[in-house]
Design a protein around this ligand. Structure first.
Ligand SMILES: [Ca+2]
Ligand SMILES: [Ca+2]
Ligand SMILES: [Ca+2]
Length: 323
C-alpha cells in the first residue's frame, strides 16, 4: 500500500512538474524578473544602486547580463517598463564601457557600440576630466558616459533563448543537483571566494550557503566536495575547507547558522580537532573536506563553497502527503 501511495505521489509530482515547468517554452526565469514579450527577454530592475563593476558582477551572479539595448525596439520596451515600475529613475547604468580602450565603447559581451543601439546625448561622450568610461542610459533614450565608480540603478537581462530549466531543483541554474534522500539541491562552487562573497553568490542564485542539519547531510557534502574537480583550480586560495552558512554571533557569544540556530539546534556540531581556534580573526564558518567544522576568516580566506536550496514545489508535496 505504501508503495502504491509512493508511486501515486511520484506520478502526481511528475505530472505537475511537466505541466508547470517541463515545457521549454515556459516563460519564467525567476520571480524577480519580468518577462517582456516585446523583446522575448526577462529583466530585473535593481533598485540598490551600485558602481558599474558591482552591477556587472551582480547580474553575472544571477546568471544574467548587465542590460544594454540592442536596438530601438528594446530601448522603447525597456524604458516603458522602467517608467511604469520605477518612474523616479532618470538614469541607469547599462552594460557598455570603454574600460578596455579609452574612447572605444563596447558591451559587456564584447560587441562594438556601433552594432547596437547607439544614440548619445548632445555633446556626449565627453569623457569629463578623463574619468568617464561607463555608460548610463537616460530616460529619454540617450547615452552619457559617466564615472564607473558612481552608483546608479541598473537592469539585469536574461534572454528567453538562453534559458534552460533545471526541473529537479526548480531553478534556472543548471549545476544544482538534487539529492533524493535529503530532498534538496546543492551546488559546489569551484570559483573560490571569501565567506562574505560566498553568501552573496548563493543569494544571487536564490539559494543559501549550505547549512548542515544532520550527519547524513554532512556525509553528502563530504561526497560532493570529494568528487568536485578541485585540483584543476589554480590560483591563491585556501585548500582543505569549504565555506558553510554559519558564523560567530558576537551578541549571543556563540556560533549560529545564518538562519539563527545554534549548531546543536541545526543538527550538526562536529568540530575538527582543536577548532574553533582562530579567535577574533576567524569568525566565519567552514567545513574541512572530511566534514568536520572549522572557523575561518570572513574576509581573508578564499575557499570553495556549497550553496543549498529547497525545491519549494517538491517540499509542498512533502508536507501535503506527510512524507
Ligand atoms: Ca559624459
Ligand atoms: Ca541543510
Ligand atoms: Ca580554524
Amino acid at each position: 500500500m505504501a508503495f502504491v501511495k509512493y508511486l501515486f505521489i511520484l506520478l502526481f509530482i511528475n505530472s505537475v512538474l511537466q505541466f508547470t515547468y517541463g515545457q521549454p517554452q515556459i516563460k519564467h526565469f525567476r520571480d524577480d524578473y519580468k518577462y517582456l514579450e516585446g523583446t522575448s527577454s526577462f529583466y530585473k530592475i535593481h533598485t540598490i544602486q551600485k558602481t558599474w563593476e558591482q552591477a556587472k558582477k551582480r547580474c553575472a551572479l544571477e546568471g544574467a547580463t548587465l542590460f544594454y539595448p540592442e536596438d530601438q525596439n528594446e530601448v522603447d520596451v525597456v524604458l516603458a517598463h522602467l517608467k511604469e515600475t520605477q518612474p523616479m529613475y532618470a538614469w541607469i547604468f547599462v552594460g557598455i564601457s570603454s574600460k578596455l580602450a579609452k574612447g572605444v565603447f563596447t558591451t559587456v559581451d564584447g560587441v562594438a557600440i556601433r552594432h547596437i543601439y547607439n544614440r548619445w546625448g548632445h555633446g556626449e561622450p565627453n569623457d569629463a576630466n578623463g574619468e568617464e568610461d561607463c555608460v548610463i542610459l537616460r530616460k529619454e533614450g540617450t547615452y552619457n558616459d559617466e564615472k564607473c565608480s558612481n552608483k546608479f540603478p541598473f537592469i539585469c537581462k536574461k534572454t528567453l533563448q538562453s534559458l534552460k530549466w533545471n526541473e529537479e531543483c526548480n531553478t534556472p541554474y543548471l549545476d544544482y543537483k538534487y539529492n533524493v534522500d535529503l530532498g534538496r539541491c546543492y551546488k559546489f562552487h569551484l570559483h573560490p571566494l571569501t565567506w562574505r562573497e560566498a553568501v552573496e553568490a548563493c543569494d544571487a542564485e536564490q539559494a543559501y550557503l549550505a547549512i548542515i542539519n544532520s550527519q547524513q547531510e554532512a556525509s553528502h557534502l563530504v561526497n560532493i566536495t570529494a568528487s568536485a574537480p578541485k585540483d584543476k583550480v589554480q590560483g591563491w586560495y585556501l585548500r582543505g575547507a569549504v565555506h558553510l552558512g554559519f558564523n560567530y554571533d558576537t551578541t549571543e557569544e556563540d556560533w549560529r547558522t545564518t538562519t539563527g540556530e545554534t549548531l546543536e539546534q541545526a543538527g550538526y556540531a562536529m568540530w575538527g580537532n582543536y577548532q574553533p581556534d582562530g579567535g577574533e580573526s576567524e569568525r566565519c564558518g567552514s567545513m574541512f573536506y572530511n566534514g568536520h567544522l572549522n572557523d575561518i576568516g570572513c574576509e581573508g580566506h578564499k575557499c570553495f563553497f556549497i550553496c543549498e536550496k529547497e525545491n519549494e514545489l517538491l517540499s509542498l508535496f512533502d508536507d501535503r502527503f506527510g512524507i
